[in-house]
Design a binder for this molecule. Sequence first.
Ligand code: HEM
Length: 505
Amino acid sequence: MSQLNQLLWLTLGVTGASSAIGLISLYTLFTKGRKRYPPGPPQYPFVGNYPHMPVGWTGKHYAEVAKIYGPIVYFRVPGRQFIVLNELEDAVALFEKRGNLYSDRPHMHMAHELANRKVTILFTPYNERYKQYKRLTMSVTNMRATIARWPVITAEVHQVLARLLESPEDFREHIFRHAVAVTVKLVYGDTVSGVQDSPYPQWSKNMAYLTNTSSKPGRWLVDSFRWLAYIPDWFPGAEFKRVAKKWRADLDVFTSEPLRRAKKRMQDGTAQSCFVVDQLEEAGASLTPEREDHIKYAAAGMYSGGVDSPSSFITILLLCMTRFQDVQRKAHEELDRVVGNDRLPRMEDAPQLRYIESIIKEVHRIHPVVNLIPHATYTIPAGASIVANIWAFTRNEAMYPEPERFDPDRFLDERAENAVDPRQYTFGLGRRRCPGTVLTDAFVMLTVASILSVFNIERAHDEDGKEIIPDLKFDDGLTSHAQPFQCCIVPRSEAAAALVQQKTE
Ligand code: HEM
C-alpha cells in the first residue's frame, strides 16, 4: 500500500482521535528554536521538510539542495531531525575527530524495533555490545586473517569464472552467489558453490531486502509517529506491522540457522576452520549464552555486509566496463603484461596491477554503493541524524576535476596528488567505518582481475544490430544497485577458457 494510502487510512482511523492540542504542540515544536540550527529549506506546518526529502537514499538530491543552502543542511520532519554533511572535511571533523559523540545510529522505529534489527551490528547503538561485535568481526577481516584466507577466496574466484563460462547471461546471479559463497565459507565454513539447493543465497536476498526497505527514509510513517506501533495488526493501514512480523521471522532464520548448521557439523566432526567454528572452539566449555549471542550476531553482520555491497560493487564495475570499452582495453593490456596468457591472476599480482586498482577506485567514486551514511549524535540536537553525503564528496571538483567523467587515470597522472582515494570514505568514517575494507579489497581485486583476464565484457546489440550502450542508472536503496543492463561476457581466447576449466575440473 502506498504511503499516501497508509496516511489516509491512519488519519481516518486513528488521527481522528488526536486533539487540536496535539496539533498545536506539533506546530510549536516545528517553529521554535529554528535559529540554532544550520540553514535548510523552509518547513511546512505539521510536516516540516517532508516534501524536501525524497523516499530513499539518494545523495544526488541532497547535493543539489546544498547548492542553495550551503554544505551543511538541516531538515526536520515529525519526530526526526537530519543534518546532511556535503563536504568531506566536515564529515572527518565530526565522525573521525569527535567519534566519541558521533558514532551512534539514528533510531528508525520500523527497522530497530518492529523488525528487531537493533540486535545486528549495522543498527546497534554505539555501546558495549557493539564493541564486542566489532572486535569479533575484526578477527576475521584484519589483514593477517584475510591473507590466511586467500586460498579460500582464490578457489571461489575460479568457481565464478567457470559459472560465467557456462551461462554468461546470468552474470548478475553468478556475481551475487560468488559473494555469498566467499562470505559463508569464511564465516560459517559451509559450501555454497555447486550446491544447487543451497538456502544461503535466498536468505541473503531476504536480508538485503529487509535492510534496504526497513531503513528507507520517509518510507515508514511509524518512524515519525511512534505511537502508530501500538495500533493492532488487523487495523486498516497497519500493513507495516504485518510486514515487520515477517521480517522478524526472516531475521531469526538468517541469524540462527547458519549457526545451528555449523554447530551440527562440529558435533559430526566435519566442521572446517572458519569464524564461528574457531570462536566456539576457543570458548569451549566456558561458552556462555551471552558470548554465543555475540558470536551469532557478529557472524550475521558479516554474512549481511559481506554479500550485498561487494556484489553490487562488482556488478557496477561490469556496467562501467561495458560502457567504457577504452578503459577495459587498457585493463586488458595491463593484465597481459603483468599476468600473461598462460595462468590466471593471483593475489600476489595485486601490487603490479595499478591500472586495475585505479579502475576500482573510480568505480567507488562514480557511484558509491552507499550514498548516504547516517550516524547519530549525543550533542545538540540530541538524537539527530548526522548524514554524510558520500555522493557529494565524489563530485568535489577540487579533488576530482570533471567529476561526471569516468576516468581511472585521475588516480595515476598529475591529478593524483589531489584525488583522495574514495575508499577513504565510501566505506564510512570514524568508529563505525566498515570492518570489511581489507577483505573487500582482496576479494574485489582478485575477482575483477580474473574476470577481465579471462573475458571481454562486450556490448549487447539490439534487433537492428546496433550496440546497446548501457546508462549508469541505479536504485535508491541503502546499498545501491545498478539497474538491469545487458552485456555479453565472452572468453578472450580458447586458451583463457581452458585455464578456467583446468582449475575447476
Ligand atoms: C564494496 C564493499 C563494501 C562497501 C562499499 C561497504 C560499505 C559500508 C559502509 C558505508 C558502512 C557504514 C559505515 C559507517 O556507518 O560509517 C558499512 C558498515 C558495515 N560493513 Fe561494509 N562495505 C563493504 C563490504 C563489507 C564486507 C565484505 C563486510 C564483511 C565483513 C562488511 C561488513 C560491514 C559491517 C559488519 C558493517 C557495520 C559496521 C557498523 O555499523 O559499525 N562490509 N559498510
